[in-house]
Ligand binder design. Structure first.
Ligand code: NAD
Length: 545
């Protein structure tokens, strides 16, 4: 008889400190030093387990040192995308039928490889290629990706155990089948963990995937793909197809076997993809599943009772860590006028003192923004604010792209709560403060709710319980991840399932069973032990005389 298998109980991967003298600091420094003498890596496509080189290459650079080439990566064209679809279809035959424990074992091994021998390679690649500090790389590339994998295995087991009732005479079952076709995983630059999770979550559920990584995170993402391979993922289950985004998309989006999109990135790209899927509907074998986590305009709103020190710290960390390039980063702040005049000077002072530079110098708190287009976009907001009559740049506001795409952490103060930097996603180290008259607390909560189209993260600070409750109620739909007396960034897998509504996405909560359920199509099976042998019902019998 087979055993009734249960998976290991997951715990969050401990975040290492990298303080002076620790072994992890020595290992990471050695790994970073090893890069100094290396030639740029040559990153191929991986299709059906084979490395494919098209010769049509692009450069992967360090954002804080844009003349430094980390890798050349080959771009897929329509032919390679077609090959990847065929490879995924052939892998589907076995993978979609493979026992659940075997699939889980492959991914649990990947998590352990990342936690152990691969940890510092992937951390270093994330620091160099995405300009993350040690701490930001550790909580993302190592810990969050490890957590995604281990917790998803646990959540998948929970899903499998959800079974219907079986009254006497029958046995009812639910079988959680993978989708019939392939999944298209389109991943953002800003989290190595999200990049790994978007292909891995559907694959864990038995699906096959074409993964198009972000052009700005190629180095770390390729290493994650290598970990999946080393863990024993069969060829063709996840196919690594970097390339020009529209080219790759056009080559697969109308395919009859396209079964789902697993996307994280900006709202505008998601809307374009959804429309294309709508246009292709008549040609698909199934209705594709569409999961997309997109932009945000995340807020802090403080009640007059809030602790000013806590509010100040939440702004500094929430707005500027990873250069404000977290979908959850604080970018609009509403403070009562009295509190604003109390924390304004210390906040500006501390902002100006933030150490920014090459993240491989561990003393820095911030690195560079990801690429030139981002630099142009962010500095455009700063320049317009400097010239605006209803806004003022009160900290930072300077930038320099000579060596890397560096933008100083910037605070804008506005008298207009509808000013553009209060409404639009900037995705850089820029936060805008609006000071409201204390007696307009409820109006301010309405303002917070209605100012932007997004609904991703937000925080209320209040020591008055009733007012914290009022904010929670009035902002019920303003954020899919809501925080009370804490910054609205830094969600942890298994603790604060992440995602938002409105223009911020389909809110399927990455790293939870809600997300995994999107990648299965359940089959109900009813088995009757002694089937009926007469079609007539007793009610049809003649009345007795
Ligand atoms: P992006 O929209 O530039 O790119 C996202 C992905 O879409 C990349 O793989 C990119 O190559 C691809 N892409 C771009 N144009 C495309 C096209 N025309 N067709 C097909 N694919 C295309 O976003 P980004 O700069 O990588 O990431 C930042 C964005 O992601 C921000 O808006 C941020 O809020 C969002 N984000 C959201 C979450 C969340 O959980 N809600 C998490 C991380 C990032």
């Amino acid at each position: 008889m087979n055993g009734r298998i249960t998976v290991p109980v997951p715990v969050n991967e401990p975040v290492r400190s990298y303080a002076p003298g620790t072994p992890e600091r020595r290992e990471l420094q050695a790994e970073l030093a090893r890069h100094d003498g290396l030639d740029p890596l040559d990153i191929p496509l991986i299709i059906g387990g084979e490395e494919v080189r098209t010769g049509d290459t692009e450069r992967a650079v360090a954002p804080h040192d844009h003349q430094r080439t980390l890798a050349h990566w080959h771009q897929a064209g329509p032919t390679e995308v077609g090959r990847a679809i065929e490879a995924s279809k052939s892998a589907w035959q076995e993978w979609s039928r493979m026992s659940w424990e075997d699939r889980a074992a492959v991914f649990l091994r990947a998590a352990d490889l990342l936690a152990g021998p691969w940890r510092q390679r992937v951390n270093a690649a994330t620091m160099l290629g995405q300009s993350k500090t040690v701490h930001q790389a550790e909580i993302d590339a190592a810990c969050e990706l490890i957590d995604f994998i281990r917790f998803n295995v646990h959540f998948a087991e929970e899903i499998a155990s959800q079974q219907p009732r079986s009254p006497s005479g029958m046995w009812n079952r639910l079988e959680y089948r993978p989708l019939e076709g392939f999944i298209y995983a389109v991943t953002p630059f800003n989290f190595t963990a999200i990049a790994g999770n978007l292909p891995a979550a559907p694959a864990l559920m038995g699906n096959v995937v074409l993964w198009k990584p972000s052009t700005a995170a190629m180095y770390s993402n390729y290493l994650v793909m290598k970990i999946f391979e080393e863990a024993g993922l069969p060829p063709g289950v996840i196919n690594f197809v970097p390339g020009d985004p529209p080219t790759v998309t056009e080559a697969l989006i109308d395919h009859e076997d396209f079964a789902g999109l697993h996307y994280t990135g900006s709202t505008s790209v998601f809307k374009q993809l959804w429309k294309k899927i709508g246009d292709g509907l008549d040609g698909y074998h199934n209705y594709p599943r569409i999961v997309g986590e997109t932009g945000g305009k995340d807020f802090i709103v403080a009640h007059a009772s809030a602790d000013p020190e806590a509010v100040k710290t939440a702004i500094l960390r929430g707005a500027f860590e990873y250069q404000g390039q977290k979908c959850s980063a604080v970018s609009r702040v509403y403070l009562p006028e009295g509190m604003w005049s109390e924390i304004r000077e210390p906040l500006l002072r501390e902002t100006e003192a933030i150490a920014m530079g090459d993240p491989t110098d561990f003393r820095n708190f911030m690195g560079a923004v990801i690429h030139e287009a981002s630099f142009e976009k962010v500095t455009g907001y700063i320049d317009r604010a400097a010239a605006a009559s209803d806004a003022e740049v009160i900290a930072g506001g300077t930038y320099d792209d000579a060596k890397g795409w560096f933008v100083r952490p910037t605070i804008i103060e506005t008298t207009n709560p509808q000013y553009e930097s209060m409404r639009e996603e900037i995705f850089g180290p820029v936060v805008t403060v609006y000071a409201y008259p204390e007696e307009e607390w409820e109006e301010t909560l309405r303002l917070v709710d209605q100012t932007s189209p997004y609904g991703l993260t937000g925080a209320v600070f209040s020591r008055d319980r009733a007012e914290a409750r009022r904010a929670m109620d009035m902002l019920r739909h303003a954020a899919g991840n809501f925080y009370v007396n804490d910054k609205p960034t830094g969600s942890v897998v298994g603790q604060q399932p992440f995602g938002g509504g409105r223009a911020s996405g389909t809110n399927d909560k990455a790293g939870s069973s809600m997300n995994l359920l999107r990648w299965v199509s359940a089959r109900s099976i009813k088995e009757t032990f002694v089937p009926a042998t007469d079609y007539r019902y007793p009610s049809m019998a003649e009345d007795e005389e």
